[in-house]
Design a protein around this ligand. Structure first.
Ligand SMILES: [Zn+2]
Length: 71
């Protein structure tokens, strides 16, 4: 299940890790703004984001909190 978000919401979520999905394309692995700082493996890149011409899709493999899409 994927949450549909506005562009503004997506940018605000990613601002916490200084990532602007508008300036990237393809698939990226990042630290998760919601859970990485709480974990022992703080630098583990558990968040996957795909950026393409249609929008963004992202999901954290560790927490259920950080996921969504913008189309
Ligand atoms: Zn997470």
């Amino acid at each position: 299940m994927t949450r549909r978000l506005s562009l503004d919401e997506v940018l605000r979520m990613f601002a916490r890790i200084g990532f602007d999905p508008r300036s990237h394309s393809g698939t990226h692995e990042l630290r998760c703004p919601a859970c990485s700082h709480l974990r022992r493996k703080k630098t583990h890149k558990c968040l996957s984001i795909r950026c393409d011409a249609d929008g963004f899709f992202f999901r954290c493999f560790h927490c259920d909190e950080f996921h969504g899409s913008y189309r």
